[in-house]
Design a protein around this ligand. Structure first.
Ligand code: GDP
Ligand code: IMO
Ligand code: MG
Length: 434
């Protein structure tokens, strides 16, 4: 049985921790979209790892990790990550593979990302400036360079030349030399080639021999190119549809879908976020949750849990269960709020609007819950949670329309509650108990 674990808010929900935790139950972990704009944090015995391109299952020896065709790969970033892991004694040799159909992020993509943001001025997206958008633009425009193209030196030279020329026509203050880019790419190919596979075929053979796969999403549903708060989104399908297109598998192979959410809300970058708090409480969540970007270090915008947004993510992804993270960050609050609807002019909305302008004009409708004074931090059994924390979780499940199979009470692997009853009811056939 194969499980998709993906973000059901605006990214940074704690996917890395959850994927790492569940990895021992699977043979393979596969990324299907995004690139090194992702920053997935995993703590193992106090050591912090931030995975960007490499699936968060890599810390478990013997697990195979795949980077699918839907991912955009910056080879320098990939090698930097491989080297960083090696320094920590983690060897990826023979168990990290990259799709031959994945598109490459090359140095000009980063320049084009910065240029596009500068040109947008006030209307900037607040990208991670990793060249993600421009690499996907090249893919859709059918001029991108794929990992498999590294095997064709002549075609590669032509494509690099064309793409660097296009970059030079757009970026006026510096000129990039296509031949030096080409020699970088040739150098890259020496190290990348042994990792290249037909990932769709690899997975098909794995399924036939009874292996199970965990599909790891990057970003979150509200940053999805189609279903997110467009144009303030990333350039890929972070929602469940991306699993099929980004790996080359059929939908029936996705046995279950787990949506990861924080017990509150955060967003990094621009775009509407109805429950954002600009007051001391927002700062309290930021400090308590250490809400600073894993990739860019930017402070994350913080606010109360937005059930309208999570219900929407549940619909888009067909979520079977939630994993609710960062409960401990709410420890010690007198009152906790949950947004259950939006007030928009003289109407109350219970469905997430498609139009970003309308969303920006929405004012959250809150209900209030009492907080708890006893800590949830590090609690590993549901019954050991303070009564009000259990009530809060029950209300989150109710207003989100999805039960929580997992509750996270700290950044460490083991600070986690797995609810066997919810797993048995909603993910029958999955043996997730650790
Ligand atoms: P991802 O991108 O979804 O993998 O999430 P990030 O790694 O960007 O951000 C989540 C942050 O929250 C990381 O620093 C995690 O170590 C941390 N984290 C995850 N779960 C918990 C939790 O239950 N409690 C606390 N306090 N921190 C957590
Ligand atoms: P993980 O996987 C949170 C945001 C950026 C920006 C928008 C577009 O760690 O959850 P991009 O560089 O992708 O073109 O930026 O998307 N963004 C993320 N926000 N978590 C992420 O990844 C993100 N990846 C991109 O801040 O608003
Ligand atoms: Mg992150």
């Amino acid at each position: 049985m194969n499980l998709a674990v993906l973000g059901a808010q605006w990214g940074d929900e704690g996917k890395g921790k959850i994927v790492d935790l569940l990895t021992p139950r699977f043979d393979i972990v596969a990324r299907y979209q995004g690139g090194h704009n992702a920053g997935h944090t995993v703590y193992v015995n106090g050591t912090k790892f931030v995975l960007r391109l490499i699936p968060s299952g890599i810390l478990h020896p013997g697990v195979t990790c795949l980077i699918g065709n839907g991912v955009v790969v910056d080879p320098q970033a990939l090698f930097a990550e491989v080297d960083e892991l090696a320094k920590n004694g983690i060897d990826v040799d023979g168990r990290l593979f990259v799709s031959d159909k994945a598109h490459l992020i090359l140095p000009y993509h980063r320049d084009l990302d910065l240029l596009a943001e500068a040109r947008r001025g006030e209307r900037k997206i607040g990208t991670t400036s990793r060249g993600i958008g421009p690499a996907y633009e090249d893919k859709i425009a059918r001029r991108g360079i794929r990992v498999g193209d590294l095997a064709d030196p002549k075609g590669l030279a032509q494509s690099v030349r064309d793409n660097v020329s296009a970059r030079n026509r757009l970026v006026h203050d510096t000129t990039m030399d296509w031949q030096s880019v080409l020699s970088q790419v040739v150098e890259i190919s020496k190290r990348l080639t042994p990792m290249v596979r037909d990932v769709s075929l690899f997975l098909s053979e794995a399924f036939t021999s009874g292996k199970s796969v965990l599909f790891e999403g990057a970003q979150g549903t509200l940053l999805d190119i189609d279903h997110g708060t467009y144009p303030f989104v990333t350039s890929s399908n972070a929602s469940v549809g991306g699993v099929c297109t980004g790996l080359g598998i059929g939908p029936r192979l996705i046995g279950g879908v787990m949506g990861v959410v924080k017990a509150y809300a955060t967003r990094v970058g621009e775009g509407p976020m109805p429950t954002e708090l600009h007051d001391d409480m927002g700062q309290r969540l930021r400090d308590g949750g250490n809400e600073y970007g894993a990739v860019t270090g930017r402070p994350r915008r913080c606010g109360w849990y937005d059930a309208v947004a999570v219900r929407y993510a549940a619909r888009i992804n067909g979520l079977d269960v939630l994993a609710i993270t960062k409960m401990d960050v709410l420890d010690g609050l007198d009152e906790i709020r949950i947004c259950t609807g939006y007030r928009c002019g003289d109407r109350t909305l219970t469905e997430f609007p498609s139009d970003v302008g309308q969303l920006a004009a929405c004012v959250p409708v809150y209900e209030s819950m009492p907080g708890w004074s006893e800590p949830t931090k590090g609690v590993r059994r549901f019954a050991d949670l303070p009564t009000n924390a259990r009530r809060y979780l029950a209300r989150l499940e109710e207003v989100s329309g999805v039960p929580a199979a997992l509750v996270s009470t700290g950044s460490d692997r083991n600070d986690t509650i797995l609810r066997d009853d919810v797993i048995a009811a909603r993910l029958p056939g999955f043996k997730l108990a650790i």
